[in-house]
Design a protein around this ligand. Structure first.
Ligand code: FE
Ligand code: ZN
Length: 500
């Protein structure tokens, strides 16, 4: 923003608003200023139109189309001939923690765990090739305001009395205090986004024993990721947080959803999409569970965990067999709570395991479907992200997910709401860039594209609970997000609104 004022221009409120949803506003502002300078008659105010002319079409955030399925009368309806039935499924499980976890928990195990996190992210940073980083232990050799870069994990973060940010950061050998002066809006905004236990690249200079940061860089995803596309016209349907067993589970809406997948309701176009549905991905909280929060029992319609899973299987077994269903657990499911979570075991969810087209994976998991790379994570850490970063809120759930991609870690902060088990390897580092990142947990549906990656938070099938009412959370239930694997076009189908 400063650049605009420095150049003597003003900016309209609408323009400011549209800038706030753009990934790299600094670069865009520079481009706009350059263009204005080349104009014969220079505008005084930067308007929304000026910005839109400069944003390449694919970067513009257009809302995902949302449609409601209409019941179709039996007469005059064409026979449902699903193309997905003719196409063989192609599932490659790239990463699934199930069966590979050790459940350690000694102090030394935590040290090993964080070292592994650091090393994995450090290696990925080095692959960028242009950073010239030094170990923290070498920092005393850099004097006279020489610029230097380190890669470090944030171990503490606090505001100083003068409004600067004081960090304590470390690498495997050493640690140092780093101060982030709020020199400009860009650095202040970045300082706000730093999360504890994140691995970052800090650029700065030494002042006595203190590193003064001049820039903060997250590993981020490449600017030019090219998503893989399926060579056949199939779709994946993304849902989560069905919470079967709770009184607020929206059975009617979920039944409508199943009727749609079976080709029984919808317009011709909607039934065509149903027929292309080859995959159903469920990102956790399949059931409401038992003993998850105080007073839960009063809100349960089914008070037995086995019966909750068998009720959930009762719905899912109605989905045609040619649709592959992939289920990962959430924090309400009957598997270990600490991340990474192994798949919900047969012991609790036998009826689900018995459905031939159901695949139970852990949280997180990464799979390729017809070559398209999906990262599935329940998303409990989104609570931490939203609580840490001031300008971010849960009503834009895909924005919150974006922060995890930028930090390339699914649960940066340790020991707040998210429990992490100290496995030898950090399963939560986002090593391979997904084409689609799917999470749930926040019960607010959201979708956007970030650097060519489709981010989907698939909402919930539960209406507002007492807990949410007390906290002012308004869920968006009954929506299914559909991604066409051949075109990466997506849409949302709303099975709740207007149907009740
Ligand atoms: Fe949930
Ligand atoms: Zn959850």
């Amino acid at each position: 923003m400063k650049a605009i004022l420095d150049e003597g221009f003003q900016i309209s409120p609408e323009a400011l608003n549209s800038l706030s949803v753009i990934d790299n506003p600094e670069e865009l502002i520079a481009r706009i200023i350059n263009r204005i300078k080349g104009m014969g008659e220079k505008p005084l105010v930067i308007t929304k139109e000026l910005i839109e002319q400069e944003v390449p079409h694919r970067e513009r955030r257009k809302p995902v189309e949302e449609i409601r399925p209409l019941p179709v009368s039996i007469t005059g309806r064409k026979k449902f001939k699903p193309i997905a039935e003719e196409i063989d499924s192609e599932i490659e499980v790239l990463r699934d923690p199930t069966g590979k976890l050790h459940g350690r928990g000694r102090v030394e195990d935590f040290i090993d765990y964080f070292r592994d996190r650091y090393n994995r992210l450090y290696r990925l940073f080095l692959q960028r090739g242009d950073l010239n980083v030094v170990p923290i232990a070498d920092l005393p050799n850099y004097k006279n305001r020489e610029t230097v870069r380190i890669i470090a994990m944030v171990t503490s973060k606090r505001q100083t009395r003068t409004g600067k940010l004081m960090l304590e950061v470390e690498d495997p050998q050493s640690s140092i205090r780093a101060i982030v002066p709020m020199l400009n809006e860009r650095l202040a905004e970045k300082a706000d986004r730093i999360m504890l236990d994140q691995v970052l690249c800090i650029e700065g200079f030494m002042n006595g024993s203190l590193l003064v940061a001049t820039d903060i860089m997250w590993l981020n995803t490449p600017t030019h990721h090219t998503p893989k596309k399926a060579d056949v016209p199939v779709c994946a349907v993304l849902i989560s947080d069905t919470h079967v067993g709770n009184q607020t589970f929206l059975e009617d809406a979920f039944n409508r959803f199943i009727s749609w997948i079976r080709g029984k309701i919808g317009s011709e176009k909607q039934r065509e999409i149903a027929g292309q549905t080859k995959y159903l991905l469920i990102a956790g909280d399949i059931v409401d569970g038992i003993g998850i929060y105080p007073g839960q029992e009063k809100e349960l319609a089914i008070k037995d965990i086995y019966e909750q899973y068998s009720a959930s299987a009762g719905f899912l077994e109605q989905i045609p067999e040619y649709v592959e269903i992939i289920i990962i657990p959430g924090n309400h499911d009957a598997t270990r709570q600490a991340l990474p979570q192994p798949a919900i075991p047969e012991k609790y969810a036998k009826p689900l395991h018995q459905i031939s087209n159901v695949k139970m994976l852990g949280n997180p998991s990464q799979v390729k479907l017809h070559g398209v790379n999906f990262l599935l994570s329940h998303g409990r850490s989104l609570d931490d992200v939203a609580a840490t970063i001031p300008r971010i809120n849960m009503n834009k759930s895909a924005e919150v997910m974006k922060e995890l991609l930028i930090g390339r870690h699914l649960a940066p902060q340790f020991g707040n709401v998210v429990q992490i088990a100290p496995e030898e390897q950090d399963w939560l580092v986002i090593e391979e860039i997904p084409d689609v990142f799917h999470a749930g947990h926040v019960h607010i549906s959201g979708q956007r594209r970030y650097r060519n990656i489709t981010l989907v938070n698939s909402g919930t099938w539960q209406s507002q609970t007492d807990y949410q009412r007390r906290r002012g959370i308004i869920p968006t239930p009954g929506k299914a997000h559909i991604v066409n694997l051949q075109t990466h076009q997506s849409l949302i189908m709303n099975f709740f609104e207007g149907c009740e």
